[in-house]
Design a protein around this ligand. Structure first.
Ligand code: SF4
Ligand code: SF4
Length: 168
């Protein structure tokens, strides 16, 4: 892959992103279906855990997560380094829309806000939309931050990196 045109600077810090949530209607996720949400509301639902950017394997009809992360995931901020043009530089990157969220077998972590809301659950208290703090997802141990992960650029046999984290 030709990476020379990739901008690695983040456009937002995690907390800048969470601060933007104040512009949204309080608890909008309790009053709107996913399909009725604005783009800003939809984006705000992401808790910033980074776990959907771990590589997965499908084995005998089940999704197995690995601790191998996409080369563009910053495991400190848990943000994508190339978010605005991610589909140009990472063909495997998935757009999160309703059909994707509802795929079976489930490939999103079971803590993912989109999956939770679509399956009748509320957001957890550590979600930044509730805490107002981008760090709360990390402090609760729900993100990839401070976990043992490895970049896909260093891995050949993904089968050797399957993990069984409780929050996947
Ligand atoms: S798993 Fe869900 S909540 Fe976590 S980063 Fe991915 S889309 Fe956002
Ligand atoms: S390119 Fe896609 S899979 Fe990779 S870090 Fe960005 S959002 Fe995640």
């Amino acid at each position: 892959m030709d990476n020379k045109n990739i901008t690695l600077a983040e456009e937002f810090s995690p907390q800048q992103r969470v601060d933007e949530f104040k512009k949204l209607k309080p608890e909008f996720w309790k009053h709107k279906k996913l399909e009725d949400m604005s783009r800003a509301e939809w984006e705000a639902l992401c808790d910033g855990c980074g776990k959907c950017c771990l590589n997965k394997l499908e084995i005998k009809g089940k999704i197995k997560f690995t601790n191998v992360h996409c080369r563009f995931l910053d495991c400190q901020s848990c943000l994508c380094k190339v978010y605005t043009h991610r589909f140009d530089v990472m063909p495997d990157c998935r757009d999160l829309d309703l059909p994707t969220i509802r795929e079976n077998p489930r490939w999103l972590p079971k803590t993912c806000a989109y999956w939770l809301l679509d399956n009748g659950y509320d957001l957890p208290e550590w979600h930044p939309l509730i805490s107002g703090n981008a760090e709360s997802v990390n402090q609760a141990g729900m993100s990839v931050k401070n976990r043992e992960t490895v970049s896909e650029t260093k891995v050949r046999e993904y089968e050797n990196y399957i993990v069984d984290w409780q929050d996947l």
